[in-house]
Ligand binder design. Structure first.
Ligand code: AMP
Ligand code: MG
Length: 468
């Protein structure tokens, strides 16, 4: 973490309004019986200039969804399709969420405030449009931990308990309800493009590509990339770069997202929508997070392949407006980009200098083999060997000749690293559920943020600007 994000005044800007007529539907938020503030992310509220809202005003905007000044007059439920476990589903879309507001940060980058659990929409099918409080608490924990481990993730902005009793198949029911607001650079998904292909809306596809390039810019494709001036090709290069880096960042964090469907893939490469996620207790490539993932499709070690496959689906959609060869050339960059990214990020997490893709790949491979063989918990491994200290014999020569990154933060002297294993997540939830005791959650968030300060900001690929 990145130091605290720089403060900015509130700067509403709603470029999505241009696309709203075909990208979404105006909807009404649910009228909740109660709104009790449970979590407010002051770190990020400061970055978008809403940190000085009183608690009452916060509840009005993020519990009742009164529009923010000069912002979207009505929430917008976004339309999209998606491959769910590789099966195409045209019946999805924002069924329990909407885009609430758009604003700019101090670096002029566009941010969306989007919801989960804010009520039914035209895309709810049989669903109640609600979020469980436990789901909200789990999303706080996932996003805070990932942010501290250098993953480009959506931020959990607000959790408000809403006083309803929900029935769920995968939680003891009835269970408490909540509405969440998340902050993220846009909510345009690969599935948003897939829908435009399915409906053969080529003009809208061009407009959406232009929107993404204008609002979420990045470096141009490599000099030798065919078709590099084509907007669709430029966008695919950016998404391949971002998702290759995202896949690498999850692997280095020991994180299993669990549901890597194309409707959960943000074009900005931000990780989001945390359902059945887990952090690895041991280095097991076959570790699967979702109880309903019977084939292990989205197991820990298969995440890079899943994201590459999802990039392929974006390419298929973009064929509506571009030729295949330059799109294929962009997809082929995924493997080498992933490999470079995991090396760079692995070195960062263990606190040593990167020596470039080839040497880093060797180091990652040997460390992985050591982790698998020794059964060492991954978080403990990175902590114990910070800056190359106390290495086992098997790894010593590999680390030689690499200087240590700054390891002066007192966190590095803690006997135990911060972890986010399921037992602790459940214990934090139990305190809330049984005793309405929120202090373990708040203590955990503070401890994770302290770890994040010790890590500092993760390395960016060459040519990329800092991510928020
Ligand atoms: P998710 O698993 O949250 O990514 O959601 C997949 C699809 O199911 C999306 O279209 C969601 O909006 C929809 N969905 C999931 N849960 C609910 C719910 N409780 N009510 C309405 N729609 C839902
Ligand atoms: Mg989703």
């Amino acid at each position: 973490m990145p130091d605290a994000p720089p403060p900015s005044p509130y700067r509403p800007d709603t470029p999505i309004a241009e696309l709203a007529g075909w990208l979404g539907d105006p909807v009404e938020p649910a009228d909740f019986p109660r709104t009790t503030l449970r979590f407010r992310n002051d770190r990020w509220a400061t970055a978008v200039g809403v940190d000085d809202l009183s608690e009452g005003d916060w509840l009005k905007h993020f519990g009742r969804f009164d529009p923010l000044p000069d912002n979207l007059p009505k929430p917008l439920a976004l339309r999209y399709h998606g491959h769910q476990f590789r099966v195409y589903n045209p019946e999805i879309g924002d069924g329990r969420g909407f885009l609430f507001a758009q604003l700019r940060d101090g670096g002029n980058r566009l941010l969306d405030l989007g919801t989960k659990g804010s009520g039914q929409t035209p895309w709810s099918r049989q669903g109640d449009g609600r979020l469980t409080l436990k789901g909200g608490v789990r999303e706080i924990l996932a996003t805070e931990m990932l942010e501290a481990l250098g993953v480009n993730t959506s931020k959990t902005f607000s959790i408000i308990e809403t006083g309803e009793q929900l029935q769920r198949g995968d939680e003891p029911s009835p269970t408490r309800s909540a509405v969440m607001t998340r902050l993220s650079h846009g909510h345009i998904r690969i599935g948003s493009f897939q829908r435009l292909l399915a409906l053969e809306e080529a003009d809208h596809m061009r407009s959406l590509v232009d929107y993404c390039l204008a609002q979420f810019p990045g470096p141009p494709p490599p000099e030798d990339a065919p078709g590099r001036d084509e907007p669709a090709v430029r966008l695919l290069h950016l998404v391949v770069e971002r998702l290759a880096d995202l896949a690498a960042s999850w692997m280095v964090a020991g994180f299993v997202h669990g549901v890597l469907n194309t409707d959960n893939m943000n074009i900005t490469g931000e990780s989001f929508d945390y359902g059945p996620w887990r952090f690895l207790p041991r280095w097991q490539p076959g570790f699967t997070a979702a109880y309903f993932d019977h084939s292990g499709l989205y197991a820990f070690g298969r995440q890079p392949e899943a994201l590459h496959w999802n990039c392929g689906q974006l390419a298929v959609a973009l064929r509506l407006i571009a030729d295949a060869p330059p799109l294929i050339a962009a997809l082929e960059r995924f493997g080498p980009l992933y490999s470079a990214a995991i090396g760079r990020r692995w070195c960062w997490r263990v606190g040593i200098e990167s020596l470039g893709p080839e040497k880093d790949a060797e180091l990652v491979g040997q460390c992985e083999a050591y982790l698998a063989e020794s059964d060492a918990p991954p978080d403990a491994f990175f902590h114990a060997h910070r800056g190359g200290r106390d290495l086992p014999d098997a790894l010593r020569t590999l680390f030689e000749g690499r200087s240590a990154l700054d390891s002066s933060h007192p966190y590095w002297d803690d006997a135990e690293p911060q972890t986010m294993l399921i037992e602790e997540v459940e214990a934090i939830w139990r305190s809330i559920d049984e005793a309405d005791d929120w202090s373990p959650l708040h203590r955990k968030v503070a401890a994770i943020r302290r770890m994040g300060e010790a890590h500092g900001a993760a390395p960016e690929p060459a040519g990329h600007s800092a991510s928020g």
